[in-house]
Design a protein around this ligand. Sequence first.
Ligand SMILES: [Zn+2]
Length: 525
Amino acid sequence: MLELLIRDGLIIDGTGNPGYYGAVAVDGERVRILRGDLDGVQAARVIDARRKVVCPGFIDMHAHSGLVLLAEPRHEPKVHQGITTELIGVDGCSYAPFHSHDDFRKFVQINSGLDGNPPLPGRWSTVEQYLDMFTNRAAVNVVYIVGNSPIRIAGVGWDDRRATARELDDMKAVLRAAMEEGAWGMSTGLDYPPGSYADTAELTALSEQAAALGGIYHTHVRYSLGDRYLDPFREALEIGRGSRIPVHITHFYHRTTSPGGASRMLGLVEDARDEGLDVTFDSYPYNLSSTRLTILLPQWTHDGGYEKLRAVVADPALRDRLRKDMGPRASSWHDMWLTNFKKPANHRFEGRSIAQVADMLDRDPVDVVLDLLADEDLEVSYVSAGGNLATLPKFVSHPLSMVGSDALLIGDYPSPRTYGCFPIILSEYVREERFMSLPDAIRKMTSFPAQRLGLPDRGLLRDGFKADITVFDPRTVKTPATRTQPKQLPVGIDYVVVNGQVVIDGGKHTGVLAGRALRRGRAST
Ligand SMILES: [Zn+2]
């Protein structure tokens, strides 16, 4: 007998092809497509999907769940969006391997405004041990890429300097071991130290190693480089050219402050493909970004690591220098909204802009930032304006783009993308504005990322594929999440199945934790 039969829905299989009517059966953990007469088909449970779309579960190409998912395994903000697999370890900031627990704790603290600092269910040091942590302890599957920050901490340490030849060999060995234990490639976040201290040559050498094992290079580019417009992306392409690794540019979008248009950014990627480079990207459908507040600090403040950074933010003698270095941001203090305060006395600042807090306290905005970072042990996060809304659809609907939510799972006022990234594409970009067709949008959320990552049996509704399934109403799907009321679950996403088990049932979370880490190099994931 079949475990589950989802019948009479419009099956959009993830290929980009138009849908057809039929039934999707779950047989064990796998999918079976049934056409025609269902008489005599026995199933333990039948879901009526009339007027609904049945498609593969969504794959998020940029997830910040590497720690929070272990602490809050139901993963409500994400699984309610129809997401069944997430790529974690992004932005160069991943949480294994760490052979020194002291280094691990410091790295968590430095990134706590990005990935949180939750109570963890256990300790690990290797990638293998880390990936084991997710077994039966997560509502979704995870795909892991190793960040170049832990690689650099292991090989070089926390300092801003060039790696020696021997250190480079050490880093290659760390990367090789990580991939042999199941990582799918390497990530960078070239605004985030200490990974950002790596130069182009170091990243090319590491990428060569990752490419030899079939991995990808997933990059948050070095936004401060050169013209701060095209040069950051040119570096990513140069790394791809030099190492022959497939390049994936993450959160690719055009800023309102860019010196030129979006077409030249997309043209750069299109030209690289014409030249033979394997390059893709992901985008999120909001003109709001969010990250840890420490990103506002100049790179030298991180040189040496956690203790150094803590001392810098608290040192009154350095304030003038920092005011000068951080000054150019002044025009945007109104568009940067703070969140993730731990101390009760600071809760009144949740959701307020840095300019508002500066007014409340009658302090200079730079002092506000530094004082709050000192008081909160660096854990503050923020949401900011900056993406160009007018050019955003060009990125989201581009044939080379996938969806990466970049959702931070911390604070009372996360970006609305944390709860709304996938549904807003289905409602605004597809149904209301018709920037792309529904089968195209679903392809970007399913088979395209599965192919990019190399997942052999996910991302399509096809016989024998793993039963990760999302059922939604294309007429009503939407997100009520906004910047000022971000923590609201989507509407119209009725069923989500992970590895054959129902996690969202009639819009409600069942508590089932059927996810696991999918490891590179296994015939079946
Ligand atoms: Zn990110």
